[in-house]
Design a protein around this ligand. Sequence first.
Ligand SMILES: [Zn+2]
Ligand SMILES: [Zn+2]
Length: 443
Amino acid sequence: MSDPIESVLGAALSRGLFGLLIAGDEAAGRALVRACAGALEGAHALGFARDLDGWPAAVRVLALGGEVTLALGLRAALRQDPDWLVAEAPAADLPLDLLVTATQTGHGVLVRAAGCPDERPLVDALGQVEWAASAFPRVVVVDTRGVARIVAADGAPVWRRGEPLPAPELATGHIPYVPPPPPAREPTPPLDPDVLERLRARLAPQARPTFVPVLAPPSDDAARSRLGGRPLLAPGEAWPRCGVCDAPMPLAVQLARAELPADAAIAFPPGAEHLQLFYCTSDACGVTDPASAGARNRLLRFLDRGEPAPAPPASGGVTRLAPQDVVGWERRLETPGSEDADLLDDLVEARWRLADRVAHGEADPDEAPLAGPLAGQKLLGWPLWTQAPGWEACPRCGGRMTFVFQVDADRGPLEMLFAADGTGHVSQCPAHPDVVVFTWACG
Ligand SMILES: [Zn+2]
Ligand SMILES: [Zn+2]
């Protein structure tokens, strides 16, 4: 089965609709252009690229380089009035005004741009160009991790992975986008009282408090607890770099001991003031075991004494995160995952129903903790495993480590930190508080 985004593009192209495709990296771009080759077959399609290999035969490709810039080439090509312009260039080199003009004057435009990790810079740039909104196509983005999205020119999402495919006319902006009304929902019936009691008897003794960060826009105070943003570094320390690819690693999590809730007792080693996780988000990173505790694509450490880091170095992946300060912690109760609690099948099933009721505000507040571990970032409590339970063994003594902090890469400030979805966990050895590891898994 072909990729859904390819189906949308292929259908749109075959109907002669205008499209502007931005692909985050070369491999994704090539796959998409190849997928559209059939639709470009009968068209008068002119392409521009630095590398002439791997293009579909339907596109006549001209080499860029030296005097021949993309803007010059496109101008010359427009004089030939082709049906389609196909171009490959670094995102920063794209003559956006020219491309927009081309779409407005009846030319299809298909671009694959390297170094365009998401649609925001592109949409921002297009916003500065004068164009008739009605004539402008949607922007189709395939980011560096192969995740496809379609956004309108104002950045509003039109289609996301996992949703039903939009019609080609909608995908390309030929009809306005009106979000569908939320489907009517039948409430999930309450659990049988006996089953609820069994669930309670089994799980309530294992309930633990967890602390959900209350987030606010990032401040200048580098000593704060935060997700992403500017960290503290050791005095005189250079920005931490990936042990595999040497790219600067963005801060993912910084927890300040002084700001942790009184009853959230993480054992900080003597003298330590901050716990920090830096993680490599470079698209070029060659790490082979990215999810494992021993991988060298992260720095997880306690910091005794720090000073504010300089501004984060510019790097491909660093800007993908949306930093937030942690300005408080909300205390909640939660119970272990069904595998950690060793629940029988009928109770596992009952729990799914309960979770559904909790998610839709249909459950009593005292039932909510029985639904299981919370998703999202959180401190202590029970881990939510994306796959099987993954309790780590201490690399020093072999003892089972305890769960400290959960990182959610599916949504929120650390979206796509390590995968398009998935959950990561910081664990600590109860006998050796200085020994901490970070592991993750995705679905
Ligand atoms: Zn790396
Ligand atoms: Zn240990």
